[in-house]
Design a protein around this ligand. Structure first.
Ligand code: GDP
Length: 199
């Protein structure tokens, strides 16, 4: 698993702090508590990789992990929304940064949206998927905590999300079940991400 080499590089809270825009990167989005950190850790075969993203005060930063030995291959952890209460002006600044990042970042090759399989496609998730669709960027939806549902219910949830996304966004978005607890779906996710990063 080439993603097992991933390691923390930097956290950017202004555009000027981003690494030079020359490589390949995949962004990870998800609402708070969806299970994004756990999924990142399982996909990268590490116990605490994404812990740094959860440091208080880091709710408005893009956290970069580099994937050696290649140059400029990055996983980018976007802040989770849902709980963080931030002042209005900060929010506006952050929204602008994020809009700009999605619209203009050349290195961005794909978006992964992590959702709780029991609560998929909330407004924030649709906003993120919309960003990707707007610039023709491929996206991959990870429906995690699949262990919380029986096999039949999880399969039904997968089909429902797939149908919904196809209707709204066409064929640009793939979907899979995942469980960090049961370590289910990691290979499928690695395949997609590794392809986008050309690992
Ligand atoms: P984040 O806020 O999106 O980064 O979410 P975390 O990865 O921190 O997970 C939020 C909570 O859900 C934690 O209590 C995790 O232990 C739990 N969790 C995450 N993934 C799974 C999973 O696949 N199965 C189950 N049962 N619990 C999970």
């Amino acid at each position: 698993n080439p993603l097992a080499r991933a390691r923390y590089l930097l956290a950017a809270h202004t555009p000027g702090q981003l690494p030079p825009d020359g490589g390949f990167e995949v962004a990870f989005a998800g609402r708070s508590n969806a299970g994004k950190s756990s999924a990142l850790n399982v996909i990268c075969n590490q116990n605490a990789l994404a812990r740094v993203s959860k440091t208080p005060g880091r709710t408005q930063q893009l956290v970069y992990f580099e994937v050696p030995p290649h140059e400029q291959r990055y996983l980018v952890d976007l802040p989770g929304y849902g709980y963080a209460k931030v002042p209005k002006d900060l929010q506006a600044h952050w929204q602008k940064f994020l809009d700009n990042y999605f619209a203009n970042r050349n290195a961005l090759r794909g978006l992964v949206v992590v959702m709780d399989v029991r609560h998929p496609l909330k407004d924030y998730d649709r906003q993120m998927l919309g960003y990707a669709a707007n610039r023709g960027l491929p996206a991959h939806a990870i429906l995690t905590k699949a262990d919380k549902l029986g096999r039949g219910a999880a399969g039904n949830a997968l089909q429902a999300v797939r149908r919904d996304l196809r209707k709204e966004f066409g064929d640009a978005i793939s979907v899979q079940l995942f469980s960090s607890l049961a370590k289910q779906g990691a290979d499928e996710a690695r395949e997609v991400i590794g392809g986008w990063l050309q690992l």
